[in-house]
Every structure is written in C-alpha cells, then in structure tokens.
Design a protein around this ligand. Structure first.
Ligand code: APR
Length: 237
C-alpha cells in the first residue's frame, strides 16, 4: 500500500450481503419487513420487549448460520499485512454481525454494538450470547429478571466508541467506505470529516451511496468481488 500507513475502513450491511445477511434499505431489506420504531428503538423495547427479543433472536440465528465472504477475508489479510509493515488498518463497522471477526479481522470497532452480545440494564454486565433471549431470561451476573437487552445501539441512542473512531480518522491517511448507503449519521458523516482533514477517500459499494460525491475514488459492484480485487491492487502499488 504505497505510502498509506494508517487506514480506516467503514463498513455497512453491504459487505455482509454476499454472505446472505439482509441489508436494511435495499429492496426486500429489513426495514421493508419491520418498522424500525417497533424493534430498534428504546421506546419499542419498552412497549413490547418480547417482539424486540424475537427480532434479534431471528437475526442472531441467521448470523450463526452464514459464513464470512471474500470481502471480510480480504480486509483481514490487508490488516495483517499492514501490521507486518508497521502500518495499521482499523475497521469501523456499523454491522452487528460477527463476520469481520470470523473472517480474521482483529482491529474492529463495532459502533452499533454486536448481535453476539447481551447487556444487563440493571448491573451493566455485557457478555457473549448466541442463544435466544427472552423477557424472563435471568441475568447471569446479577440474577435480575426482565433486565437483559441486546447489546445493540438503537435509533436515538449514542453510537459506541465515537471518541476512538474520531481519533482513528484524525490519524488516518486513507479512508475507505464499503457497503453502506451513507444514510445514517454519524457514520455517514465520517467521509466529510476525513475530506476536511485532506484524507484520501475511497467508496466501494454496489451502487453510489448518498455521499458518493465526496469520494476521490469509487468502485461499484458486489463487495465479495470488488474488495479482494481492490486489496490486491492496493497492496501491490
Ligand atoms: N456488495 C456491496 N454493497 C452492497 C451489496 C453487495 N453485495 N448489496 C447491497 N450493497 C449496498 C447497497 O447498495 C447499500 O448502499 O450496501 C448498502 C446497504 O445500505 P443499508 O441497507 O442502508 O445498510 P447500512 O448503510 O449499513 O445502514 C446503516 O442503518 O438501520 C441502521 O443500524 C443500521 O447499521 C445500520 C445503519
């Protein structure tokens, strides 16, 4: 990767699409089937926790039944190759699946939380959890009932790790956005932040995102094809 030493890669649902994980805003996407207010807001959880648990139980079961694709694996390879040469690649993902991890990624910041984790609203415990979760599931740490929730950032809640993400972007010499529609902030604003700092910005997506006009370079097509090809070309130069 000639010259580029500190790379921040923002990923969205599009990088997992080729693994069979549904995106949100594509035809037939998740928000075409569910009203996000019912299943992805604190108010929705308070009104009907059983429906929210069912929504995330279905997505958690879906996640364990799919595999990382060539895009996840290529990014993990790039991360390791850069680390070997004293560089750093950080994946900031909006995705809550664990496909970056299972594809070999290590340097990951999940800004919208993780499907594979749950949190207790009483004691604050966050732990790995791959089974179904129900309203009356007892907290393994404090035994509270009706206190567990998915460790997911809902609409109206603050995304996680924002200070660290801001620092990583400020220190980067390349910003790459992969598989996101650029329609949800603050993630959709990261490219403008990078541009203002004079950082080169690349978009890799199935089609131009809402912020496509801000990128210096764009590559369109399925991530499982485009990302490995881009990594190969980028690491050769
Ligand atoms: N390869 C690459 N990109 C793809 C592919 C593919 N095979 N399939 C779809 N895409 C692109 C779509 O063109 C779209 O631009 O991925 C993007 C997915 O956009 P969204 O469905 O809006 O998903 P995302 O951008 O990750 O949503 C951001 O919104 O609902 C919230 O919290 C949720 O993290 C999510 C956030």
């Amino acid at each position: 990767m000639s010259g580029f030493k500190k790379i921040v890669v923002l990923t969205g649902a599009g990088i997992s699409a080729d693994s069979g994980v549904p995106t949100f805003r594509h035809a037939g996407g998740i928000w075409a089937k569910y009203d996000y207010r019912d299943v992805a807001t604190p108010e929705g959880f308070a009104a009907n926790p059983a429906l929210v648990h069912e929504f995330y139980n279905l997505r958690r079961a879906g996640m364990v039944s799919v595999e990382p694709n060539a895009a996840h694996v290529a990014l993990a390879w790039m991360e390791a190759a850069l680390a070997d040469s004293g560089g750093e690649l950080t994946v900031v993902t909006q995705n809550v699946d664990d496909l970056h991890e299972r594809g070999g990624g290590r340097n990951l910041l999940h800004m919208h939380g993780e499907l594979a984790k749950i949190r207790c609203t009483k004691c604050g415990m966050v732990s790995g959890w791959l089974e179904d979760l129900f309203v009356d599931t007892v907290c393994p740490a404090c035994s509270a009932t009706r206190a567990l929730r998915p460790h997911i950032v809902w609409f109206g809640e603050m995304p996680m790790l924002m200070d660290e993400i801001t620092q990583k972007i400020a220190a980067a010499d390349l910003f790459v956005s992969i598989g996101t529609s650029g329609s949800v902030y603050p993630a959709a604003g990261f490219v403008a932040e990078a541009k203002a700092l004079g950082i080169r910005c690349i978009e890799i997506n199935l089609e131009p995102s809402d912020t496509a006009g801000l990128f210096d370079e764009t590559h369109y097509g399925p991530a499982a094809e485009i990302v490995p090809a881009w990594v190969k070309e980028a690491m050769m130069t």
